[in-house]
Design a protein around this ligand. Structure first.
Ligand code: 13P
Length: 367
């Protein structure tokens, strides 16, 4: 294993207050997002959209690396220039999503298991040869009655660790992404308990599989209440068997969401309890938060904690960087420039958030 290459790549991924742009939606997910906006769901439309993203002037000032999908890593600009060459010219490191998706976990109603380990060693070697220097694997953890189960957590953590060692063997930095999804009516407190348990399991498995922690980037969810969390106090039980938690929701006023600082404190405390100091960087997913809230929450974490954290707190957003641009583009060539400006704006807001310099005023100026 080339540990120096892994250390260097992981450091570059979080250097200079830059972050990652996830543009690795699978074809079905990308098509679903296109369909909502009336964009044709074709190879050419997906290619044109990805061309728009990676040719955005100045993107490399805020983005250190992009996560590509198998279709995209092989594509070219209309003039024939390979996307990989364009990225190299902009100083952006190419990464690649290598899981093959989350499927229903047998005998675990409501839980998912991420697949893609079969043939992974060969696929990773090909991606490294093409120029990729990091990879991504996403595990999906759902909170619900009796969920997540211990066996579901362990199976997903084990697969993440198997993937991570295979990546490191060929020289790719693994982004380890265990996502506790926002769907559900769980509270912030429940999300905290579950996220802590997920991360503990993940690092136990990474250690068991001899993953080199200095060459890993963790991509977790922020700790947030579920999208349909009720405002009143109630006792909920989540998890099964030994892993059952009883969680009392905080007494909140109707419609009172946790404020930005509470999310920042809860998230960072969760990470401090679970993520070893050897890990160089934590790059959050956005998970369906609005673009502005994702920036504000990342900013609050860096304002309140940056000087005393062992790892960089960064971003690896898909929707929270891309969505405004996609809504402007809508498949129309005439909208490309405006969409690129919106994309660049979100990338800059998130770089500012890494420095603790993001303000709501940046949204009004739109620059
Ligand atoms: P979102 O930021 O839209 O959650 O996507 C991040 C990602 O890469 C999901 O795997």
């Amino acid at each position: 294993m080339n540990t120096q290459l892994l250390i260097d790549t992981a450091k570059k991924m979080v250097a200079q207050d830059k972050g990652l742009l996830a543009m690795d939606e699978s074809n079905p997910t990308c098509d679903k997002r296109f369909a909502k906006l009336g964009i044709p769901q074709t190879v050419e439309a997906r290619r044109a959209y990805r061309e728009l993203i990676i040719t955005t002037p100045g993107l490399g000032e805020s983005i250190s690396g992009v996560i590509l999908y198998d279709e995209t890593i092989r594509q070219q600009k209309k003039d024939g220039k390979l996307f990989l060459k364009i990225l190299a010219d902009s100083g952006i490191i190419p990464g690649i999503k290598v899981d093959t998706g989350a499927k229903s976990l047998a005998a675990h109603l409501g839980e998912k298991m991420t697949e893609g380990l079969d043939g992974l060693r060969e696929r990773l070697a090909e991606y490294f040869e093409m120029g990729a220097r990091f990879a991504k694997w996403r595990a999906v953890i759902t909170i619900g009655d009796g969920l997540p189960s211990r066996s579901g957590l362990e199976a997903n953590a084990h697969a993440l660790a198997r993937y991570a060692t295979l990546c490191q063997e060929v020289g790719l930095v693994p982004i380890v992404e265990p996502e506790v999804v926002m769907d559900g009516d769980h509270s912030l407190e429940t999300c905290l308990k579950v996220t802590e348990e997920v991360l503990r399991n993940v690092f136990i498995q990474l250690n068991c599989q001899r993953v080199f922690l200095e060459g890993v980037i963790l991509k977790p969810n922020m700790v947030l209440p579920g999208l349909s969390c009720p405002p009143h106090e109630e006792v909920k039980e989540v998890g099964a068997g030994e892993q059952q938690y009883q969680v009392r929701l905080k007494d909140r006023q109707p419609d009172e969401a946790p404020d930005v600082d509470e999310v920042a404190d809860t998230t960072v405390n969760c990470l401090l309890r679970t993520v070893p100091a050897a890990v160089p960087g934590i790059a959050f997913l956005s998970g369906g938060q609005s673009a502005a809230l994702a920036s504000a929450r990342l900013n609050a974490m860096n304002v309140r904690f940056k000087s005393r954290l062992p790892w960089a707190l960064s971003f690896s957003f898909a929707r929270a960087i891309q969505q405004p641009a996609l809504e402007i583009w809508r498949g129309q060539e005439a909208n490309v420039k405006a969409a690129q400006e919106a994309l660049l704006h979100r990338a800059r807001c998130n770089r500012a958030a890494r420095r603790g310099e993001y303000t709501a005023a940046m949204e009004k100026i739109g620059s």
